[in-house]
Structures are given as structure tokens and as C-alpha cells.
Design a protein around this ligand. Structure first.
Ligand code: EPU
Length: 417
């Protein structure tokens, strides 16, 4: 098991450069195999979720070569095989291969996808899209066998704006016959990034980033060059860290428009921010005030920043509330934050945070990626020493974590025990 040893309460100064977006790259990589030609992705984050996707590509006989942040994916010799459980259960995004293999071969067999245990995370909306386009689905012991004589475009209304179902819907419809219209689609910037890459490959997708996306199927796609957008969740995490401990901390290589819901809240709270188009400079400020947050799909407040944001609210004057509307199990960081000195109570999907408390070091455990990020921020703020167990969760989503934190003055060490 990997653990982090953190000595807290040191001011953080300098510049953090944000990497490519995890949730974009994990959709772009499976989409690349729709073509028989090479695609080059640049600004690919160096995180463990990407290593798993590379393993899946190699298992499918797709040639993958890499050089400092870029990935060349060559599916010329690819073979359609059942993706086994020990690959699919390592991350949620493995199920984007369901869509790309179904689109390309009209047949896919794979196990239920993995991902952090932050809620029930069903895949019914993706399966509904596949069926609407003409696929038949058989499921036995969590193995899905999905096939179609041909895929024909259709009009679909998602029950909720699911990111995964929107990604899968766009991927599968790209090679279907005729028009597909997805209503109530997710609007996240990562969906726009996917549509932009697919359009460069020859797809015909309009409306990505809006609630209605139209895909006109094409016969074939080509390869392309594509630069992954910056990771707004990594960026948001470091901006929150700057509000906790920053002394002129600059978070750069970001698209601040993608972070508007977070930055607006932080401005309302009295955080000391200088917001530019592609960077934010942030200073810690002891006079921030409580606020109320409700998570929602983009452009609302992102569920992926809810847990890191709670750590900021611990020091805010007054009582804050946080309502988690996307996942039912995203409060697993709370008992550990309370152990470190916070005063947070949970009622159903809402937290009440009595602010103004001082955190102290403790032994805590990351239970999922963003819960781990929340505890890491708390450890960097706390007085004294914190040990964080199960750090593998955090490394799924934050590239060069130790290097980036050390470079701005954090006292942090990664150990294997
Ligand atoms: N949902 C269903 N049925 C479905 C799909 C979703 O009921 O078929 C429900 C889910 O249970 C959840 C809600 O709809 O309550 C939203 O799920 P969504 O499909 O939007 O999420 P996802 O595609 O599984 C992606 C990100 C998550 C991020 C969410 C929301 C990837 C690989 N994952 O998950 O990222 O929290 O969108 O923005 O893109 C993370 O990075 O830490 C992370 C968990």
C-alpha cells in the first residue's frame, strides 16, 4: 500500500502547471479506435487511469507509443476480443470501449466497468442508447454481450444528463446510419473535447456542450492530432489549496471559464483571487466566510470538487451547507476530517459545516479519489503530521502529485509499506 506522510501548515508559493483532463483523455483514448489510422493525443495526463487504458489498448492489439505527454494510438492491427474483468473493473471509463467496439465491429463483450465506490453508478442509460440504435443486449453474471446487425440513428432522451451515457452515445452514433439526436445530454467541457476530436477525425457532431447533441453517422473515420483540454478538477483542487495555504500561488495552463462555478463561490466567500483567462493567482486569507453549495452537472458546481471544497469550508466563518446531488456516497472523507478537528454533520445528502475550526494532523485513509484529495488538502493545512493511507486512489487522478506539491514548498513524502 502507498501512503503519504505530510507535515502541514507550510505556506505554498510558486507555480503549478495543470495537466490534461483525466475525464477527457479517458473518453478520447477509447474513441481513437473507431478509426483504422493513427491518432496522436498530446497533453495526456500521466496518471494510473491512463496506464489501465493503455493496457486495454495493448490487450486489443492496438499499438501504443508514447513520448513526454503524447500518445500515438495505432489501431491498424486491432482485434475485437472480450475485455476481461481484471481490466474493465479497474476504472469506470473502460465502458467507453463498449461504445467504440460496438460501433466498429457491431459486437462487444465486456464485464461491468469499475470506478470509485461513490454511489450505485448504474449503466442503464448507456444500454438504453445502444438499444435505441438497434443493439441487443444479453447480460449474464455481469458480462455484457452486445450486438447489432446494423446501428441506425435514433432520437433519445436521457433520464438524467449522464456524462458516461452522453460519451457512449456520441461514440456509438458516430458510425451509425443516419441521424442520432441525444436530448438531456451532459454539457461538460470533456464532452465538447470529445466531439471536437471526433469531428477532426471526420465525424459530424453538432451541439456538444448544449443539452441537445446531433450526430450524423459517417462510414469511416480517419486519424488526427488532438491536444487534451486542461483538467478543471486538478486545477480547482490546487486553487482551493491556494486559498488554504497559498502565498502568491499561481495555477496555470487552465481554462478559467471551465471553473466559473467554483471561482464565483470563492469570490463570494472573500477568497483572494486574481483570475486571468488561463491562470489564477491565489493567496490564503483568514477572513473567508461560510457559503452554501449544491452540486450539479456542468455548468453547475462539480461533484468532483465537492469534497476538496469542504476542506476549505472548515476554516470559513459561520455555518456552511453542502448538498451532494449527483452521488449518494461522496461523504466518506467526513469522519476523517472530523478526526482532524472539523465540525461537520451529515443529514441525508447534506452536510452542515460549523466553520472556524483549526485542523491537526492524524492518521487518515483515502476511500476514493476526491475524498483523498480532500484529506490531502486538510493535511497540508493542518498543524502537525498526517499519514494518509490508500494513496493509490489519489494517484488515479493527479499527475506528478508529489513533484508539483514539493515544488511549491509542501513537505510531503510518498512511501510504500
Ligand atoms: N446514472 C444513472 N444511470 C446511468 C448513468 C448515470 O443512474 O446510466 C447516474 C449516476 O448513478 C450518477 C449520475 O447519474 O448518480 C451521474 O453519473 P454520470 O454518468 O454523469 O457519471 P460518470 O460518467 O459515471 C463522470 C466522471 C466522474 C464525475 C461524473 C459527474 C469519468 C470517467 N467520470 O462519471 O468523475 O464525477 O461524470 O461529473 O468521466 C472523478 O473524476 O472523480 C469522477 C468520479
Amino acid at each position: 500500500m502507498k501512503i503519504l506522510e505530510v507535515d502541514g501548515n507550510y505556506p505554498l508559493t510558486g507555480t503549478v502547471r495543470i495537466g490534461g483532463a483525466k475525464n477527457s483523455a479517458v473518453a478520447l483514448i477509447p474513441a481513437c479506435i473507431l478509426s483504422d489510422n493513427k491518432t496522436t493525443l498530446t497533453n495526456v495526463p500521466d496518471i494510473t487511469d491512463i496506464y489501465v487504458l493503455k493496457d486495454i489498448l495493448e490487450y486489443l492489439d492496438v499499438k501504443v507509443s508514447e513520448a513526454s505527454g503524447s500518445l500515438v494510438i495505432d489501431p491498424a492491427l486491432m482485434i475485437n476480443k472480450e475485455i476481461p474483468d481484471d481490466l474493465s473493473n479497474r476504472l469506470r471509463a473502460s465502458y467507453y470501449f463498449m461504445a467504440s467496439l460496438l460501433a466498429k465491429y457491431k459486437h462487444v463483450r465486456m464485464h461491468f466497468p469499475g470506478g470509485c465506490q461513490i454511489g450505485s453508478r448504474p449503466i442503464d442509460q448507456t444500454l438504453k442508447v445502444f438499444e435505441k440504435l438497434g443493439a441487443t443486449i444479453e447480460e449474464k453474471d455481469c458480462v455484457f454481450d452486445i450486438q447489432a446487425k446494423e446501428l441506425i440513428g435514433n432520437e433519445i432522451t436521457l433520464d438524467m444528463p449522464s456524462v458516461g451515457a452522453t460519451v457512449n452515445g456520441i461514440i456509438v452514433a458516430t458510425l451509425a446510419k443516419g441521424d442520432t439526436i441525444i436530448h438531456n445530454a451532459a454539457r461538460e467541457p470533456e464532452i465538447v473535447d470529445l466531439a471536437e476530436m471526433l469531428n477532426k477525425m471526420g465525424a459530424k457532431i453538432t451541439g456538444a456542450g448544449n443539452s441537445t447533441v446531433k450526430i450524423t453517422g459517417v462510414e469511416k473515420l480517419d486519424g488526427c492530432f488532438h491536444n487534451v483540454i486542461p483538467d478543471r478538477i486538478e486545477a480547482g483542487t490546487y486553487i482551493i489549496l491556494g486559498a488554504l495555504m497559498g502565498n502568491y500561488l499561481c495555477v496555470e495552463n487552465i481554462i478559467t471559464e471551465h471553473l466559473k462555478s467554483l471561482l464565483d463561490k470563492m469570490v463570494d466567500m472573500g477568497c483572494d483571487l486574481e483570475i486571468n483567462a488561463d491562470s489564477v493567482i491565489v493567496n490564503a486569507n483568514d477572513n473567508i466566510v461560510a457559503t452554501d453549495v449544491k452540486t450539479a452537472g456542468y455548468p453547475g458546481f462539480p461533484t468532483d470538487l465537492q469534497q476538496p471544497f469542504v476542506t476549505l469550508l472548515i476554516g470559513a466563518k459561520g455555518k456552511s451547507t453542502v448538498t451532494e446531488n449527483i452521488y449518494e456516497n461522496r461523504f466518506m472523507n467526513i469522519p476523517y476530517l472530523n478526526k482532524m478537528g472539523a465540525n461537520i454533520s451529515i443529514k441525508e445528502r447534506t452536510l452542515s459545516i460549523l466553520g472556524g475550526n483549526v485542523l491537526h494532523g492524524e492518521e487518515v485513509e483515502a476511500t476514493d479519489l476526491r475524498a483523498g484529495a480532500s484529506l490531502l488538502l486538510a493535511a497540508l493545512k493542518a498543524k502537525g503530521h498526517t499519514t494518509i493511507k490508500n494513496v493509490d486512489y489519489i494517484l488515479r487522478g493527479y499527475e506528478d502529485l508529489i513533484e508539483k506539491l514539493t515544488s511549491i514548498g509542501a513537505k510531503i513524502e510518498l512511501k510504500e509499506i
